[in-house]
Structure formats: structure tokens, C-alpha cells
Design a protein around this ligand. Structure first.
Ligand SMILES: [Zn+2]
Ligand SMILES: [Zn+2]
Length: 353
């Protein structure tokens, strides 16, 4: 069968600027995005939407908000038109985002836990403030399954100089895999009902000047962050030259789960993942009917460890560059890619009905 043509655009989500606690202005972040090869970025300052949006130097800059109470339940609100202020009850702002026609993602939901050698969660080994999504009974529209800055901070061990230096000078190695707690919660949300709960990856870029340690360090310039955890969206049509149209295309792809989350520091080329049957083809975030020829097709740039999950349970794993798996069961299929134990790409589910 004929594959539907797709257009791919790489972007970064979850960015702070001088309008909240970031150190860069619009010009700085556009320059950094351009340098990092990004087509689009979504700016999410804390409790404000003051950044100008538009196409700047070819980069689509989309204004959003990180609804941010002081100590928990941060929420990335996309597609809203005015600032929504935080409150003690996250359900209130989850509802307000929906009332405005927006869509929200629980940010860094399990911040505070690192993974030990066996992949089990252990509390982080530093005393820096962490901000998890504490009320797991409040169901967000989507989940930020991987946050570069949180992941770095969760793996920051400042109990001795060696481990501290490692975190700063090998910062990319200090970012491991998404939290097992978050992946399990995300799978559970998708399994609990008919609802499709999409995932995104965030950079949480601030370009912070850190003064707590021996020397003041700009440890995470925007260009560095922007080359890490990205979202590659699949579009059926090329991105419109008109900003408002293009913005709609990008947001629609992100809230529909038409994105693959990739750590470009490990792999620059996004894997191909799609399901085909006798009549059609479905990408991440799309539905397809089960028939006798339904197959999950996977192709990746270099030999990788890949895991296929059906409704959150692993059904296949292999070290390979490409495979085509016949599917016999309905459900939500997603794929994870690893190299040397480090995850580098996570797809949103494809729904086989
Ligand atoms: Zn946050
Ligand atoms: Zn943030």
C-alpha cells in the first residue's frame, strides 16, 4: 500500500525567558533555536504570556504558559489565550485550560527521583527544591514524560566533589532515561479509559547562571538545551508560511500525539514508526483498523535496542535497525529506543482498533 507523505519538523517545548526565571530574551532564544536546527519552539514562562509570538528568522515561536504554583503541580498550558493563575487545587487550572480551548501537560511529574542501576526509583541525592505532580488523581490532558533539566537535577549527586564535577562537566551523561514512575503513570492513564493521553518531551531551558558551587557557571545555555530532548512532529501538509495557520498545525500535532520524543544528543535522526494494514497507514497519535495484514514498521538510523509496548506492557524487544511486526491484537502500541542502556527516542502510541 501507498504510504502517506509526511513532513517532519523538529521543535523544543518548555522554555523560560527573562519574562520569568530564564536569562534569555526573544532574540537570544530565536538565535539559539536557529543554531540548534529547530523549526519551532514553545515558550512556557511561569504564570505569564508576555513573550511575542510569530515567525522570527524562520523559527516559529509559540507563546504558552507553565502554570506554576510554588511547590508542586506545574502544568504546561498550550493553546490558551490568556494567563491562567495557579491555585492550590490543580483541578481548577486543568479545567480552566480546557475552558479556554487549550490543552495541558503535567510538567516534570516525578521530579525528585533518580533511577538506580536496576532502574528502580530512589530519592535524588541533593537538597535542591523539586516540584512533582503530587496529586496523581487529578488527570492532566497530557504528560511531559521527559524533562531535560529535571532529569539532570534528579541525577545530580552533590555529596562529594567528584560526583558534583561529573554532573557539570558530563552534563549530557547525567541525563539518563525518563522516570519509570512517569512512564508507568502515563501508560496507566492511557489504559484506564478510551481517552488518548499524549506525551511530550521538555527541555525546561532557563540558561541559568548557577552560583552555588565553586565558580559561577552558565551551565545550560539555550543552544545546548535545544539540541537535547526535542519533539519531531509529523504533518500531512507542509508547515504553513502563515504564522497563525502554522501555529495551529504545530499545536494540533503536539496535542494529538503526532510527535516522537528524541534526545538529539544521542541520535539526530528520528526513527520511522508506523502501522500499516490493507488500506492505510497510521503514525503516532493516529488510529488504524486491525486486519490480517496489520504490521508495525520500525526503522532506525543505527542498530538500537528497541522495545515495543502494547497497553504499557512489553511485547517485543530486539537489537536491530529495522523490523516489521505482524499485529494480532487491538490496543495502544508505542516504541522505545535505547543505545548502551540510554533511551533516546519514545513514540506516542498508535491506536489499533
Ligand atoms: Zn516547572
Ligand atoms: Zn519550567
Amino acid at each position: 500500500m501507498q504510504e502517506t507523505p509526511i513532513y517532519r519538523y523538529c521543535g523544543a517545548i518548555h522554555i523560560h525567558t527573562t519574562f520569568s526565571d530564564g536569562t534569555g530574551d526573544l532574540k537570544t532564544i530565536v538565535r539559539a533555536a536557529k543554531k540548534a536546527g529547530l523549526n519551532w519552539i514553545i515558550v512556557t514562562d511561569h504564570n505569564t504570556m508576555d513573550i511575542e509570538e510569530g515567525i522570527f528568522d524562520g523559527v516559529y515561536v509559540i507563546r504558552a504558559e507553565e502554570i506554576s504554583p510554588n511547590s508542586q503541580n506545574h502544568y504546561l498550558a498550550l493553546g490558551t489565550n490568556s494567563v491562567i493563575y495557579p491555585s492550590d487545587n490543580p483541578q481548577e487550572y486543568v479545567d480552566k485550560v480546557r475552558e479556554q480551548g487549550g490543552f495541558g501537560f503535567a510538567a516534570h511529574p516525578d521530579e525528585g527521583f533518580a533511577m538506580d542501576k536496576n532502574g528502580n526509583p530512589v530519592p535524588r541525592k541533593n537538597s535542591h527544591h523539586c516540584i512533582p505532580w503530587t496529586d496523581k488523581n487529578v488527570i492532566p490532558d497530557g504528560v511531559e514524560i521527559w524533562n531535560w533539566f529535571s532529569n539532570w537535577a534528579d541525577n545530580l549527586d552533590d555529596s562529594n566533589l567528584l560526583t558534583l564535577a561529573y554532573a557539570f562537566f558530563f552534563k549530557h551523561k547525567n541525563v539518563k532515561n525518563p522516570s519509570v514512575l512517569t512512564l508507568n503513570w502515563w501508560d496507566k492513564l492511557n489504559n484506564d479509559g478510551e481517552k488518548f493521553v499524549p506525551a511530550l518531551g521538555g527541555v525546561d531551558a532557563h540558561a541559568l547562571l548557577v552560583k552555588d558551587y565553586l565558580i559561577p557557571l552558565y551551565i545550560f545555555p539555550y543552544t545546548v538545551c535545544f539540541k537535547t530532548i526535542n519533539n519531531v512532529i509529523n504533518l500531512k501538509e507542509p508547515l504553513s508560511k502563515d504564522f497563525e495557520e502554522g501555529k495551529k498545525q504545530i499545536l494540533n500535532a503536539v496535542i494529538s500525539g503526532n510527535n516522537i520524543i528524541i534526545n538529539r544528543h544521542i541520535e539526530k535522526r528520528v526513527p520511522d514508526v508506523y502501522v500499516t494494514n490493507n488500506v492505510s497507514c497510521a503514525f503516532c497519535g493516529e488510529n488504524i483498523n486491525l486486519d490480517e495484514n496489520t504490521k508495525l514498521n520500525i526503522r532506525v538510523n543505527k542498530k538500537s535496542d528497541l522495545r515495543v509496548l502494547l497497553n504499557g506492557k512489553e511485547i517485543y524487544s530486539s537489537i536491530t535497525k529495522a523490523c516489521s511486526l505482524p499485529l494480532a491484537e487491538k490496543g495502544k502500541y508505542r516504541v522505545e529506543f535505547f543505545r548502551k542502556g540510554r533511551g533516546f527516542a519514545y513514540t506516542n502510541p498508535i491506536v489499533v482498533k
